[in-house]
Design a protein around this ligand. Structure first.
Ligand code: CP
Ligand code: NVA
Length: 304
């Protein structure tokens, strides 16, 4: 039976470990995998803009010997020009896999339901699992372990955080989260993450206090305050998030040499200052690079 990657919650902890191990191998020996997906093709159905997800999947697929086809909003108009089901059924006749970036999480789920080929969520309003896998790979790469490491997330309780907290809880990485009131991560996600944390021993703390979250952190992570599709609420968001900026003052509360992460794109001067994102402890470009290595592992696992 085909497997999809729709959210971190659906992945076994064992599968996450396998993906991280495979990523390490792929990253250290690119040539070995140069023909691994020869003759295979994927389609990238994107309803929203993208730099990292599009380029890393396209080039990752090429580096595996396969082919990737970008299908932006103008080409497919999934759910507009034709139904999600028809897109899923037709593309399954041409392709070996589909990466989808949608507004509605239900659209990527429906696509997976009807597609006969693996569907990978390249970001929806609820989840960004490929990002979370690259993020935890980056943390393991930097520290060599998850044990005893505290990842602090200061910002919006959005798709990126939803996937990150589930991934952290699964692999035993402690997390301290601070969001403004009303912008907490989804309640059901928190409940799921806490259940995973019970199994792994990870400590997951959620508050509305950015300073408390930053204190003693090994890694501080943030994302934009206004995600794609939330532009209408931008004014209220910018007001609500004003005390949640990652700046030099907040970084001082963390451990010395605390790493800085951001999924990018960053709105410099809003959620993060230039001085922090450009500091020597910022690993944002390693994180972006690792998107491609982890996605090659995902493609190998699902398409091989
Ligand atoms: N981090 C990330 O998914 O970036 P893009 O929106 O550029 O793909
Ligand atoms: N939360 C952001 C992430 C972008 C990669 C968004 O959904 O726009």
């Amino acid at each position: 039976m085909k497997e999809d990657l729709i959210s971190i919650e659906c992945l076994e902890t064992r599968t996450i470990s396998e993906l991280l191990d495979l990523t390490k191998k792929i990253k250290s020996d690119k040539a070995k995998y140069a023909d691994a997906l020869k003759g295979k093709s994927i389609g990238l159905i994107f309803q929203k803009p993208s730099n990292r997800t599009r380029v890393s999947f396209e080039i990752g697929m090429v580096q595996l010997g396969g082919h990737a086809l970008y299908l932006g909003p103008d080409e497919i108009d999934m759910g507009g020009r034709e139904s999600v089901k028809d897109v899923a059924c037709v593309l399954s006749r041409y392709l070996d896999g589909i990466v989808a970036r949608t507004y509605k999480h239900d659209d990527v789920r429906e696509l997976a339901l009807y597609a006969a080929v693996p569907v990978i969520n390249g970001l929806s309003d609820r989840a960004h699992p490929c990002q979370a896998l690259a993020d935890i790979f980056t943390i393991k790469e930097k520290f060599g372990t998850f044990k005893g490491i505290t990842l602090s997330y200061v910002g919006d309780g959005n798709n990126v955080l939803n996937s990150l907290v589930c991934a952290a809880a699964k692999v035993g990485l402690d997390m301290k989260i601070a969001t403004p009131k009303g912008y907490e991560p989804a309640k059901d996600i928190v409940a799921i993450a806490k259940k995973f944390a019970d199994g792994s021993g990870a400590k997951i703390g959620i508050s509305n206090d950015p300073k408390a979250a930053a204190r003693g952190a090994d890694v501080i992570y943030t994302d934009v305050w206004v995600s794609m599709g939330q532009e209408k609420g931008a004014k209220a968001r910018l007001k609500a998030f004003k005390d949640f900026q990652i700046n030099d003052g907040l970084i001082k509360l963390a451990k010395k040499d605390c790493l800085v992460m951001h999924c990018l794109p960053a709105h410099r001067g809003q959620e993060i200052t230039d001085s922090v994102i450009d500091s020597k402890n910022s690993v944002v470009y390693d994180q972006a690079e690792n998107r491609m290595h982890t996605e090659k592992a995902i493609l190998l696992k699902l398409l091989k």
